[in-house]
Write a protein that binds this ligand. Structure first.
Ligand SMILES: [Zn+2]
Length: 107
């Protein structure tokens, strides 16, 4: 379910996914099919990890990447869930063909 909320989405980001919701910063972003595909990949990842463990893993990996890259943006971009989503968000069939726990290939 896609909702628009500038308060839910942190500044500097366009979308945020917390299963079963995709929050977008602005209404016009509903037309951005690649952004929606990116967030749909996160919906799948969250379901596969039964949601709460996804956020725990996401947070731990972010801290680990922060030590690795010493840069907040690079740390975020290199979380395995983000690597998978950014690598495949331009492929609109990706979520249909993607295998279970595919994010593991991006660690
Ligand atoms: Zn993302």
């Amino acid at each position: 379910m896609v909702l628009v909320s500038k308060y839910m989405v942190p500044n500097g980001y366009l979308g945020l996914t917390i299963y079963p919701f995709i929050f977008l910063k602005k209404k016009q972003l509903k037309d951005n099919i690649y952004l929606l595909n990116h967030e749909t990949i996160h919906l799948k990842q969250q379901l596969e990890l039964l949601i709460i463990p996804f956020f725990v893993w996401y947070g731990i990996e972010y801290i680990f990447r922060l030590f690795q890259y010493r840069n907040q943006f690079l740390a975020y971009r290199n979380i395995s869930f983000e690597r998978e989503a950014y690598t495949n968000d331009s492929d609109l069939n990706y979520t249909k063909n993607r295998k279970f726990w595919s994010f593991l290939k991006y660690i």
